[in-house]
Design a protein around this ligand. Structure first.
Ligand code: SF4
Length: 302
């Protein structure tokens, strides 16, 4: 079914064809474990926490181990904070692990160990923002709700608005809502739109020759250049994130608290940066100090 969007600013219409998109998705979708039948809402929620700013290939093995070990919110809540941080491994942005643990605790204690199925209640959970709440409602409970990540935003910018990309905007949800089919296909359409942005309509080299969509305004206009400056690719080497990761590696690898010297040795390049990184880990509650001045993962400081 084609959804026709009038575009008074340009004087022509844009179509987004659900059948074209869904036919392609059913043929070409990646076999991702959290999309398989029988995966619970909790396990889908875990995948969404892990996938934030992290590639699928890095998430997949950690997610598999995680859901095998802690298949429910209550099982996760019963784990220690340190075990959760260890299981998070090198996924990065470890505050997500802490928030996921808090989220599990809230669901176990206040929602009968069942992930809520509506966006408003999901939004009350620790660590759950607009995107994650909508993704869980849509992918786990098959609700017809717009789900907007960077991939979806880019596809809509190109197909509907004829732009190379688009910064986040208050219009995003309405834009995606406008192209969602009005029937039971909506949840699959949402994941298909995301998949198209992830594997075909990519940011740097869209593979238009493989695109299933017959109509794309950006293509029709001859691929006009972006008007906004390109987003900077975040470097990792030399950042505080890298130093925090190295400090956490030491603590993950030790069951007992470690000395300051054992931490200091992992980053001698810039001692001010190292101290700042350690302080931020303490402030975030990921690391704690023992009464005798040693350092440990949260909950292991005695
Ligand atoms: S035709 Fe090209 S730019 Fe348009 S949606 Fe398909 S891949 Fe993206």
């Amino acid at each position: 079914m084609a959804v026709i969007l009038p575009d008074p600013s340009r004087g022509f219409t844009v179509t987004v064809d659900a059948d074209e998109l869904l036919d392609w998705y059913r043929r070409e979708q990646r076999d991702l474990p959290w999309r398989r039948p029988g995966v619970s809402a909790w396990q889908i929620l875990v995948s969404e926490f892990m996938l934030q700013q992290t590639p699928v290939a890095r998430v997949e093995p950690i997610w598999r181990d995680w859901v095998a070990r802690w298949p429910t919110p209550s099982a996760t809540a019963a784990a220690s904070a340190a075990d959760v941080l260890r299981a998070w491994g090198k996924l990065g942005y470890p505050r997500r692990a802490k928030r996921l643990h808090e989220c599990a605790t809230t669901i176990a204690a206040e929602h009968g160990d069942v992930v809520p199925d509506d966006v408003d209640t999901l939004l009350t959970l620790p660590g759950v923002g607009t995107y994650t709440a909508r993704a869980v409602a849509c992918f786990a409970y098959r609700r017809r709700v717009p789900v907007v990540d960077t991939n979806v935003r880019r596809v809509i910018a190109r197909v509907v608005h004829g732009r190379a990309d688009s910064p986040a905007s208050v219009r995003d949800l309405a834009d995606v809502e406008a192209v969602l089919p009005d029937d039971v296909r909506a949840p699959e359409f949402s994941v298909a739109l995301m998949e198209l942005g992830a594997v075909v309509c990519t940011a740097r080299s869209p593979r238009c020759g493989l695109c299933p969509l017959g109509s794309c305004r950006w293509r029709s206009l001859g691929f006009p250049a972006a008007t906004e400056p390109a987003r900077k690719v975040q470097r990792f080497a030399g950042t505080d994130r890298q130093v925090r990761g190295k400090l956490l590696d030491v603590l993950r690898g030790n069951a007992a608290p470690v000395t300051r010297a054992e931490l200091d040795v992992v980053w001698l390049t810039d001692t001010v940066q190292r101290d700042r990184a350690l302080l931020s880990l303490l402030t975030d509650g990921l690391v704690e100090q023992t009464p005798d001045g040693l350092f440990a993962l949260s909950g292991e400081g005695g």
